[in-house]
Ligand binder design. Sequence first.
Ligand code: AMP
Length: 214
Amino acid sequence: MRIVFLGAPGSGKGTQAQRLMAEKGLAQISTGDLLRNAVASGSELGKRAKAAMNAGDLVSDDIVLGMIAERVVHDDCKDGYILDGFPRNLTQAEALAKLLTDLGQPLDFAVLLDVDMDILLKRITGRRTCSVTGKLLNVYFSSQSDLAECTNAGGELIQRADDNEATIGNRLTVYREQTEPLIDYYRSANLLQVISGEGEMNEVYGRLLKVLKI
Ligand code: AMP
């Protein structure tokens, strides 16, 4: 099964994709993660991407499309995958459609995780990743025991460089202007499912399984 996750920054795409990967064996392909790894490794690609990411702008389409074309043919994708954070604009969506047609791997679903703006802001500013377990946490919403699990393991709660107030405003504007039109694009293609991304992670996951019929 091949799925695109749509939704604003903080809508829970990464969290839900991680769970689908763990429980259903689908690969999670997060262009944000791939780009952050490239920046951390200091590669040429990472250097090209860094400024746009820090400003909350989109990285150029050619960089992202190259990464995706390489990634979807990996072994772990043979039973399906979730595209998390890609496509982010119409050019990318059209390029993806062409790539998947050429590969004979059409998309099955595009799922929009719908979340109110006030909740998004808290989710983004509170978001942390445990430096040891890699688990996604939130200082406002995670339980004390989940937060303690990280610190007890000697981990630190790391905040993403672009999860700061200054950058968030731009990321949300970029989402509205460039990514939101994909909702109609996938609706027209008869691939769109909309679920509420609000509430407990388990509830959202349940809604997801229902629309994916798995
Ligand atoms: P994310 O982790 O999905 O929120 O992505 C973090 C940042 O990486 C974004 O703000 C963009 O700068 C960049 N990025 C991630 N995915 C894409 C994409 N599909 N196209 C362009 N830039 C992207």
